[in-house]
Ligand binder design. Sequence first.
Ligand code: NAG
Ligand code: NAG
Ligand code: NAG
Ligand code: NAG
Ligand code: NAG
Ligand code: NAG
Ligand code: NAG
Ligand code: NAG
Ligand code: NAG
Ligand code: NAG
Ligand code: NAG
Ligand code: NAG
Length: 206
Amino acid sequence: MRTVAALVAALSASVASAKNIIVTVGGNTTDNATTVFDPAQVFAQPNDIVIFNFTQGNHTATQSSFANPCIFLDFTTTQHGFDSGFRNAGNGSNVTIQSVPITPDLVNKTLWFFDYNTCAQGGVGGININDSSTETLEGFVRNAVRLNGTDADDNNSSTNSNTSTTGAPRPSGTNTGNTDTGDASRQHVTWGFAAVVPLVIAAFAL
Ligand SMILES: *[C@@H]1O[C@H](CO)[C@@H](O)[C@H](O)[C@H]1NC(C)=O
Ligand SMILES: *[C@@H]1O[C@H](CO)[C@@H](O)[C@H](O)[C@H]1NC(C)=O
Ligand SMILES: *[C@@H]1O[C@H](CO)[C@@H](O)[C@H](O)[C@H]1NC(C)=O
Ligand SMILES: *[C@@H]1O[C@H](CO)[C@@H](O)[C@H](O)[C@H]1NC(C)=O
Ligand SMILES: *[C@@H]1O[C@H](CO)[C@@H](O)[C@H](O)[C@H]1NC(C)=O
Ligand SMILES: *[C@@H]1O[C@H](CO)[C@@H](O)[C@H](O)[C@H]1NC(C)=O
Ligand SMILES: *[C@@H]1O[C@H](CO)[C@@H](O)[C@H](O)[C@H]1NC(C)=O
Ligand SMILES: *[C@@H]1O[C@H](CO)[C@@H](O)[C@H](O)[C@H]1NC(C)=O
Ligand SMILES: *[C@@H]1O[C@H](CO)[C@@H](O)[C@H](O)[C@H]1NC(C)=O
Ligand SMILES: *[C@@H]1O[C@H](CO)[C@@H](O)[C@H](O)[C@H]1NC(C)=O
Ligand SMILES: *[C@@H]1O[C@H](CO)[C@@H](O)[C@H](O)[C@H]1NC(C)=O
Ligand SMILES: *[C@@H]1O[C@H](CO)[C@@H](O)[C@H](O)[C@H]1NC(C)=O
C-alpha cells in the first residue's frame, strides 16, 4: 500500500508539473543532418508531452531501437513505437506537429527515434537518454551512419517480404516508406528496457 501511495504521489507531482517539450524537426539540413532534430536529446518526465514540430522539409519522427537506429521499432521488437509518417512542411508553409505523451510506463526508458529521410546521415535523436550508460546519443548517431539505414542483424533484405504485415498497426500511419526494411521481425525485446533514467526522482525534485 505504501508503494501505491508513493506512486500516486509521484504521479500527482508529475501531473502538477507536466510540460510540453518541443523538438523542432527541419532546421538547416543542407550541410549536416545531425541538426534535423533540434534538440536531438530531450528529457521528459511522466505526463510530459514531447511535441515534434515539423517546420521545414519532408521528415518523419519514428521510434526505433539503439541497435537498429533506422528501422521502425515495431519491426525489430514486440514493442509498439510512435511514428509520425512523412510530414512535408515545405519551407515552413505546412507546419504540423506529432505529440508523443510520456506515459507513466515509459519511466526509466529511453525512446530512440529517427527521420526516415536523413537517418543514414545521422538524423536521429533520443528521449531520456541515460548519459551514464554505454548507449549514448553519439553512439546512436554512429550506429545510424555506420548501418546506413539498414538492419543491424540482416544486410540481406530479400529474405523476408513478410515484415510489414506482422508488425503492430502504426499510431498515425501515413506511409513511412519503410516496407522494404527487410527481416526485422527478429526479436530484440531487451533493448527497450536496457537504459534507466531517474524520472521519479526528478519529479520529486521539482
Ligand atoms: C544552410 O546551410 C548552408 C551551409 O551552411 C548554407 O549555405 C545555407 O544558406 C543554409 N540555408 C538556410 C536556409 O539557412
Ligand atoms: C554535424 O554537427 C555535429 C553537431 O554540431 C558535429 O558534431 C558533427 O561533427 C557535424 N558533422 C559534420 C559532417 O559536419
Ligand atoms: C512550430 O514552429 C512554428 C514555426 O517556427 C511556430 O510558429 C509554432 O509555434 C511551433 N509550434 C509549437 C507547438 O511550438
Ligand atoms: C517524402 O519523402 C518520401 C521518402 O523519401 C517520399 O516517398 C515522399 O514522396 C516525400 N513526400 C513529399 C511530399 O515530397
Ligand atoms: C501538409 O502536411 C500534411 C501532414 O504531413 C500532409 O498530409 C499534406 O499533404 C501537406 N500539405 C502539403 C501542401 O504539402
Ligand atoms: C523552398 O524554397 C526554395 C528556395 O526558394 C525552393 O527552391 C524550393 O522549391 C522550396 N521548397 C518547397 C518544398 O517549397
Ligand atoms: C545508467 O546506466 C548505468 C550503466 O548501465 C547504470 O549503472 C545506471 O544505473 C543508469 N542510471 C540510472 C539513473 O539508472
Ligand atoms: C548508403 O545507402 C545509400 C542508399 O541506399 C547508398 O546510395 C549509399 O551508397 C550508401 N552508402 C554507403 C557508404 O554504403
Ligand atoms: C552482411 O553480409 C555479409 C555477406 O553475406 C556478411 O559477411 C556480414 O556478416 C553481414 N553483416 C551483417 C551485419 O549481418
Ligand atoms: C540474400 O538472400 C537470398 C535469398 O535467400 C540469397 O539468394 C542471397 O544469396 C542472399 N545474399 C546474401 C548476400 O547473403
Ligand atoms: C508471414 O509470417 C507469419 C507469422 O510469422 C507466417 O506464419 C507466414 O507463413 C509468413 N508468410 C510468408 C509468406 O512468409
Ligand atoms: C526508475 O529509476 C529509479 C532510479 O534508478 C528507481 O528508483 C525507480 O524505482 C525506477 N522506476 C521504475 C518504475 O522502474
